[in-house]
Design a protein around this ligand. Structure first.
Ligand SMILES: Cc1ncc(COP(=O)(O)O)c(C=O)c1O
Length: 376
């Protein structure tokens, strides 16, 4: 029996979210079923317009996943097989994997210890002759400094793609995802701040050239039916997923605000504690807190286990950095190459921060963290 006192606190609570939305999700899905329009179409176009507007972009292109969003965007902005694309080793594997998937090579640079975000100076130092594109990741819901990355890309004549999979609704110094990059990708994996009822993704872009090319990449390089200008793929967003997302999108800002409220509660509770260091929001950042993450320098895994025994599911994002993955063995890196990423991989722990976490739930998490880190 999962009573209130002992219920498991998970990283997301999609059941509470569905209850909160009442019959809206079911109504939207039935509308799509009744319409007979299952792929692209009006629901997808409405989502694309809404996202483009929020991102101050001219184009939104709905695709099948956040991973496809990356490969469609890379091809859309003109990255070619054989190019080298610079990204972070401290991210979900897809950020780097998508680069290799299109036949380009990932180049990696280390991250900032306080945020886990790609370090712009490390990126500058890692740019080599073959590098044609920068791909920073807005990790955990916090944007990188896009003004600095835009300046670096312009200075070195590089393309600039943002991985915004975790950063729906974030901003930094007044800049939103997609506003300064050549394109920005999003994931609608169900656990994201804005999640579909299945797979989904979207790319925004400012220029007609990139927007139109991405639209063709996701549909077999097709400018018009049964004409194919180049080889693309099938990565068209499904209408049912777009309908779910259109129901949820109006709530995104309030849900993110609740995440920030919870994060402020954690920050206050953990101030001054030994062995618990939040990876905080930088000044000027409106953090979307896809994850609320702390560094536990001593025995992170023991704390994860202890939390689980107390019915609290903590995440580790990510336990093995990209350059140490078996899949990356031919990319020319090894242990010790990115010490900050490697240290973070051993120390990070993400606590439940979803918008349906109650004050009592959060107090339970805080008490457990205090106890398990010797701060009780
Ligand atoms: C930073 C990052 N990039 C890319 C992806 C890939 O998104 P998807 O799972 O929708 O393919 C994810 C999500 O899992 C992610 O967190």
């Amino acid at each position: 029996m999962n009573s209130t006192a002992t219920r498991t606190l998970a990283p997301v609570d999609l059941v509470s979210e569905r209850e909160f939305l009442g019959s809206a999700l079911r109504d939207a899905l039935i509308r799509v079923l009744d319409s007979g329009h299952y792929i692209l179409g009006p629901e997808v176009e409405a989502l694309e317009r809404a996202f483009a507007e929020r991102c101050r972009c001219r184009h939104g292109v709905g695709v099948a996943s956040g991973t496809d969003a990356l490969s469609v965007a890379l091809l859309g902005i003109g990255v070619r097989p054989g190019d080298r694309v610079l990204t972070t080793p401290f991210t979900f594997f897809a950020s780097a994997g998508a680069i290799a998937w299109i036949g380009a090579t990932p180049v990696l640079a280390d991250v900032e210890p306080t945020t886990g975000l790609l370090d712009v100076e490390a990126a500058r130092a890692a740019i080599d002759n073959g590098t044609t594109c920068l791909l920073p990741v807005h990790l955990y819901g916090q944007m990188v400094d896009m003004r600095a990355f835009r300046a670096l890309a312009d200075e070195r004549g590089l393309k600039l793609l943002e991985d915004g999979a975790q950063a729906h609704g974030a901003s930094r110094d007044g800049v939103v995802p997609g506003e300064l990059g050549d394109a920005c990708t999003f994931s609608f994996y169900p656990t994201k701040n804005l999640g579909a009822a299945g797979e989904g993704g979207l790319v925004v872009a400012r220029t007609d050239e990139v927007g139109e090319r991405m639209r063709q990449v996701r549909d077999h390089g097709s400018p018009e039916k049964y004409k194919h200008a180049f080889v693309g793929t099938n990565s068209r967003l499904q209408a049912m997923q777009a309908a779910v997302l259109n129901v949820k999108l109006p709530h995104l800002d309030a849900w993110n605000a609740r995440r920030r409220e919870l994060a402020a509660g954690y920050d206050a509770a953990f101030t001054g504690l030994a062995n618990v260091t939040p990876l905080g929001a930088v000044d000027g950042s409106t953090h979307a807190y896809h994850q609320y993450t702390v560094r536990i320098a001593e025995d992170r895994d023991g704390v994860v286990d202890g939390l689980r025994e107390r019915g609290i599911i903590a995440g580790v994002h990510y336990p093995l950095p990209v350059h140490l993955q078996e899949a990356a063995r031919d990319w020319g890196y090894g242990p010790g190459d990115f010490p900050v990423s490697e240290a973070l991989s051993n120390e990070v722990l993400s606590l439940p921060v979803h918008p349906f976490l109650t004050a009592d739930d959060q107090a339970r998490v805080i008490d457990a963290v205090r106890e398990l880190t010797g701060n009780a």
